[in-house]
Each structure stands twice: as C-alpha cells, then as structure tokens.
Design a protein around this ligand. Sequence first.
Ligand SMILES: C[S@@+](CC[C@H](N)C(=O)[O-])C[C@H]1O[C@@H](n2cnc3c(N)ncnc32)[C@H](O)[C@@H]1O
Length: 321
Amino acid sequence: MRSTLPPILLLFLVLYSFNLDNFSLTSSDKRLNSLINCGSGFTCGGSGQCFIHRCFCNPGASGEVCSEGTSRDCSSLEDLQARLTCFFHDDYGTAWVDYRTWRETLAREETFWKRNVRESNDRADEHISGFDAFSALSLGQHLGQYAELGCGPYTQTYTSLTRSRPDLTFDSITLSDPNLFNYMKNSPLSPYKDGTFLNIKTYLVAAGAEAPVFGSDTFDTVLMVNVLEHVQNAYVVLDNLWRMIKPGGLLIFNDRWVEKWTFDWLDDAKLHPIRIRQVVLEHFLVQFEVLFQNDNGTQEMKQRGGEHGVYFIGRKKLETL
Ligand SMILES: C[S@@+](CC[C@H](N)C(=O)[O-])C[C@H]1O[C@@H](n2cnc3c(N)ncnc32)[C@H](O)[C@@H]1O
C-alpha cells in the first residue's frame, strides 16, 4: 500500500520513532534479554555483579556469563581520569568505581555544600515540576514507614514532597546519607540539623546506600532523587533500594542515564563518577508497576546535552522480572 503522507512528514515520523527507540525508558532494551540469571548460588563467575537477579559484567568482561574478556583492575591506577576511563563498560556505562574514587568525589560534594551554606534546597522546584507535584499520590495518602536515601543537607522529602503535598502522612521517616553528620554540623538551613524532622518519628543513618543496614521488605515507601551519579556502586544501591521496599510498596525516584557521552564527562566525573546507560535503569524500574513516569530530563541535563532523566513513581511488583 502506498503512503499518502507527505515525504517531509514521513521523515519526521521516522526520526521521531528512532529517538523514542533509543531514549525512552518505556521501550524494552534488547541487551536485557541476553543477561543471565544470578542469585541462588550463581555469582556471575567472579567477573560480573548480580543486580536484581541478572549478571551485569565488570569492565573488560562480556558475554552471557561474563566469561569473555577479562575484568580490568582499575583501582590500582593512580591517575583519576585513567581510573574513570577504565571503569567504563561499553554496555552499561560507569556503574561502579572503587572506594578511593568514590571517597574523593564525596569529599568534593561535602566541600560544595560547606561553601554554599545559604542554599536551602537542591533544585526542589525543578523536581516538584518533574513529578507533577506528586499528583500520582492520592489525597491524604499514608506513606507508612518511609525512607529517603542520599537525602543531602536539605532532603527532597522536606523541600519538594511535603512542601507540595502537606496532606501526606507517615508512621516514621528514615533519612540516610554518607555525609549526614557533616551536613548536620555544617549546613545551618538543614531541616534535620537538630536531629528532629517534621515532628515525625525520625531515624538518621549516616551511611551510603550500598551498606546493608536496611532489611528486606522493611519500608512502605522509599524516595531517592538525584543520587545515583554520586554513589560508589549503582548496582548495589539499586538492588538494596528494590529489596528494602515491601512488595506492593512505593518507589519515588528520579535519576538520569546517558547513551551518548557528548559532554566532558571525565571532568564532570570528579563530582559525579557514575554514569549509567539506560539498560541499567530499565532493569530496575521494570520491577515496579508504573503509577507516574516523566521521561523529560531537567533543564540542567538539556544544557549539558547527552543526558536523559526520568521521574518515576511506582509500586513494587510481587514477582521479580
Ligand atoms: C546531589 S546530592 C542530592 C541530595 C538530595 N537527594 C537532594 O536531591 O536534595 C547527592 C547526595 O548523594 C549522596 N551520596 C553520595 N554517595 C552516596 C551513596 N553511596 N549512597 C547514598 N547517598 C550518597 C551525597 O552525599 C549527596 O548528599
């Protein structure tokens, strides 16, 4: 059958669908289907990481069971840029770095907030708009045992969630960040600086989200906004985040992924060592039933170019995919 569409419109549609195929988190990534199951005894042959029951190979390794190639030893490299280049994996981006690299970037993050003590939030208005003012949550919704990971000095719970939705209720709030005690000491505008928060029973945890401090199926709701690019190991953080939410519990999440490294990522990596590809985020988000999803990145991502972001609210599925 001949198309009746003008050629220019056809060209536009082809380009548009190409764009969607590449950059929308709603399309299932072919790379996921080839990843082998892990857990219950199989540990990816020592050359990969078991992330929500799938093997993601280490830099240098590839193949279904990560048996092709050899895992690189990047941590012994002295030069930071050489180390960061070494940790990059063609299929998954930079999903983890060594402890030393992470500590160096964390110290820079702490210095940044120490120098900017007059700030009172971290782009909260942008996040409120990205989440459409949390319209996916019903009026007066009870969020039960609630946690925010990588909460920073100001928390998105305070600066965006409860500011735009004061009707929401909680049983308890757990705030966690590896820099938590430094923020309490050095950020006078931090809403938890005196150890209390929103007049709700609050637990403060000074730890990275990789630490196994939270049990499985513990929380009714977990929020994590704009944290992943700062962590040491995105696989472990996302695996923990998924585990700690009760089946049927809520995830409120924002982060970014990169497919084309058009910006100066090595320089940017001094603050943000982790840059994952879409496939990593997709394997995580597919474990949740979508209640809200906005694939438009933030202004910052558009300015930088090459980055994509997602605002996501979902319910943890009973079955693991
Ligand atoms: C850009 S700030 C965002 C803070 C907060 N989520 C917000 O949006 O206001 C990133 C935060 O991630 C924290 N972070 C770094 N490594 C982390 C890790 N391994 N686990 C959890 N948080 C981490 C940093 O200390 C920092 O507070």
